[in-house]
Structure formats: C-alpha cells, structure tokens
Design a protein around this ligand. Structure first.
Ligand code: X2X
Length: 335
C-alpha cells in the first residue's frame, strides 16, 4: 500500500518535472511598452528589438510591443512604476516620462546642456550615463541600452519665436517632470502638463498655443495640421530612450538569454539612433514644404534662451545629483 502510494507520488512528481522542462523550452512572451507606435522611430526601436530577439532566440523569446501607452491607460508618466511592479515586463521609454520616479533622469531636461549629438553621446556613453543606469537599477528596473527620441524643438500657432520675450503668456503643453513647468515659467510662458494622448486634441481646440517635441514627432503626427504654423529650432534638450526590463523578469532569465536580450537592445538602440538622426534633414524639408515657418536661432539668440532658463539649474541640480551634473558637464566639455 505504502509502496503503491509512493509510486503514485513519484509519477506525479516526474510529470511535474517534465511539464516544467517543457515550459522552459517553450516560447516565452513578454510585454514591451512604448508611448509612440512604429510610425515613429521610437516605436521602430522597440519593433527592432523584438525582431532581433525573435531571430537570435530562434523564436523562443517573443517581445510583444504595446504602443500608445496602452498598458498604462495613456498615462505615460506611470510607465516606469508599472514596469517596476511587474504589470509591464519591459519598455523602451523616455527619460522625461520616467523622471517622476527617477529624478536623476531630469539631467537630460536641463535646458541647453547638450548643444549637439556629440554632447548627447558623450553623456550617455560616459560616466554620467553609467550613474544614470545605476540610479534606474537602484529603483527596481534593469536598464540595458540607449535609444533616442531626439532634440526637442518648439512650435506654436501664434508667432515666429526668436527670443524669450516672444514666449510671454503663451500656453505651452509640456509633459512629465515639474522641471518643464520651471523652464517655461522662467521664459514667461504658461506651461500646462498633459499626456501625449491629450496633447493633439488640446492643440486642435486651441486650449494650448504650443508644444515641444522632436522633428520626427512633429512630422509623423502632422502637428502642422493642428494649427502649429511656427517652429523654432532651439535644440534646448534631447530626450534619450532607454530599453529596460522589470528586475524579477531579468533575474529569472538564464544568463545566456539575458545577454541575448541586452545585446539585441544595444543593437536596436544604435540602429534607431542612426536612423532617426539620418532622417532629420529630410523631415525638416518636408515640414517646411507644408508651409510651416521655421526659425533657426543664431548662437547669440540661443544664448539668450539659455540665460533666461539658468535658474532651472539651481533648482534641479540638487535633485538630479551634483555628481551626475558635474560628470555630464565634463563629458560635454571634453566631447
Ligand atoms: O509626450 C511627448 O511629448 C513624447 C511623445 O515626446 C514623450 O513621450 C516624451
């Protein structure tokens, strides 16, 4: 009797082990959140990641991309928390949208810190970038690689802007961190924080006069069609993207799958950064050909905006961390 029961138990155990082995070998699927779809370089970065992972794992690992912030009901500032909690497995997210939970990420939103692409690369690829990744890791999410939403330019429906005075009283849609309230308030504008999902309707009805986003977003989302007739190229900040994974999901992956996922993210990010930068001139030409008046600032004009927003550094450097800001400034100076 005892033997029979024991045999029965062994069979059940053996069955369970077999099932587990089968599950491990079976294809696994993970969710990947993005704000923008694959009509934009941002969404294409996530799709590229998924494609490389699918290929390199021979179909064992599937990354399913959920665009338009749908996993957080359109509220992109909740993406990081949802990933940390495991409601989302992975994300390709913007530093702006994650900055409410990771204050160090406000580094990239400091106005006029990064004059060109070389400056962005010097920061992300150097010590400051490492410190930023450590800050993310310390908050329960494993960062893997960088991508890029791009340099954010200013558009509005009222006037050609070439000096801070022109912004006086303009209602500007901003996203994410309170830092943006400070920047636009310092410029005399009237900033309103809202999600990307709400931005286009607000521009359409005239509830706001302007917004700031990279040229790729302005172009693909046809922001010119909602009355944004003026575009100022002030490159006041760049908005890198970060490929990242929930910590538990990461820890449960076998070492070789972690490396596969990380390398695919690095490759997808590098691919997307090159693609996005390479498209910039053509996008600008297309935007202009649709009748948008483009203002290119001289160095002196840009300097006037930088001076007008200097107070943002005093307010935000302590929250970002003196060390990170110093490392970033050094990287930019030595680029
Ligand atoms: O909401 C925006 O402006 C966007 C799409 O650029 C970000 O998610 C930061």
């Amino acid at each position: 009797m005892i033997t029979r029961r024991f045999t029965g138990l062994s069979a059940v155990l053996a069955g369970a082990v077999l099932l587990c082995t089968a599950l491990t070998a079976q294809a696994r699927e993970y969710s990947v959140s993005t704000v923008l779809s694959d009509a934009f370089p941002w969404g294409q970065a996530a799709e590229k990641w998924a494609e490389l992972v699918e290929q390199r794992s021979q179909g064992r690992i599937t990354l399913r991309v959920y665009p338009n912030s749908q996993l957080v009901n359109g509220d992109q500032t909740r993406e990081f928390s949802a990933m940390r909690q495991g409601l989302i497995d992975m994300a390709v997210g913007s530093t702006i949208n994650w900055s409410p939970q990771v204050p160090e990420l406000n580094l990239f939103s400091l106005p006029f810190l990064m004059p060109d692409y070389a400056a962005v690369d010097a920061i992300t690829g150097g010590q400051a970038g490492e410190q930023i990744f450590a800050a993310i890791a310390s908050r329960g999410v494993k960062p893997l690689a960088w991508g890029e939403n791009g340099f954010r330019e200013l558009s509005n429906s009222k006037l050609a802007i070439d000096s801070p005075d022109d912004l006086e009283g303009l209602k500007i849609r901003v996203v994410g961190s309170p830092l943006f309230q400070d920047t636009f308030t310092a410029l005399g504008a009237n900033p309103t924080q809202m999600s990307w999902a709400d931005a286009k309707p607000a521009l359409t009805t005239g509830a706001v006069d302007g917004q700031e986003n990279p040229l790729s977003v302005f172009d693909v989302a046809r922001i010119d069609q909602v009355g944004q007739k003026y575009l100022t190229l002030w490159h006041y900040m760049n908005d890198p993207l970060i490929f990242a994974v929930n910590r538990t999901v990461w820890q449960q992956l076998p070492a070789e799958d972690r490396e596969l996922l990380r390398q695919a993210a690095v490759d997808a990010g590098a691919w997307e950064i090159e693609l996005s930068r390479g498209q910039r001139d053509q996008r600008l030409a297309d935007i202009q050909s649709r009748g948008v008046e483009v203002v290119e600032l001289s160095d002196a004009q840009r300097q006037a905006f930088a001076e007008a927003t200097r107070s943002v550094y005093d307010e935000w450097t302590p929250q970002i961390g003196e060390k990170i800001v110093a490392a970033a400034r050094e990287a930019v100076a030595n680029r």
